[in-house]
Design a binder for this molecule. Sequence first.
Ligand code: DAH
Length: 347
Amino acid sequence: MQSQLPTWLNQIKTTTDLPQLEALKAALLGKSGAVTQALKGLAQLPSIEEKKAKGAEINVIRDALIENFQSQTQILEAHAIKQKLNAEALDITLPFSSFTQNSSIGRIHPLTSLKEEIADFFQKRGFTFAEGPEVEDEWHNFDALNIPSHHPARQNHDTFFIQNHPTHLLRTHTSTVQIRSLATQKPPLRLISVGRVYRSDDLDATHTPMFHQIEGLVLDKNIHMGHLKGLIREFCSTLFGVADVPVRFRPSFFPFTEPSAEVDIACTRKDGKLVIGKGGDWLELLGCGMVHPNVLTNCDVDPLEYQGFAFGMGLERLCMIKNGIADIRQLYDGDETWLKHFGSFSF
Ligand code: DAH
């Protein structure tokens, strides 16, 4: 038996898979295996001494076999895992386009991606997000913003009032967030807010009773109009991807800013197409100005200590200009074909 050991060890070493190894193990160490049979054969030996000597020899052989079976099992298991991993390897070189074109996975709505793009611009410049309620009172929507009840601007806002609550309304602009924020935060601050506003307007190609506005507020010591102009110019360049885009600050009026301006961006209109960034025409983008001292006083901020600027713009309008969308209602139609064209896969 001793003489067979090298052959057996060699057989174990040269097995190439686990089932083969199991079969060999059964043939040697199993119930009717060679080693088990040899142990049973001990009973036939005539003397105790012989039994002892032979028994010890078989045990050494059995231990050597068990040890070699164990190590070969480990080798073959590792090999099997490696083979499985190789067989399951992903081919990541497959082009992405075939998947996107053929599938019907959703798209991100252009309003959502624009909102994210704008938020990203301002957040990178130290602005934090602020929010306010959509159901407001007259103080936050009008009075605190220097629009007293007799003021014509109050009538121009086409306000939706809440039934049986005459002092409550759906906010007509996000400038309310300036007042809401200043109730809990004090300057210096830089805030940006994006949200729904409501006006009892017509429903046509350029008006909907609900739309979104973006509001910005910057208050600090020694802030002046140059800061406002620099920020807005940079914003327009980034938004439309045109370096040094010509921007015009046109004097205007808002009750909550003094001086006030509307911002136009250079454009060309040719064959019904709008090209942003150059040409002799101008396109209105947003309203802005230096925060009126009355607004600051209404919020318990000393206008002699802190100054700042504010700006407001319509998200839908920017989205339409940027994407060449002619009718605002398309933004809310939920038309899948339209969304496939104007939607995107990432922000
Ligand atoms: N609230 C104005 C509107 O709805 C937009 C606006 C203009 C906001 C000038 C501002 C601003 O903060 O400074 O038409």
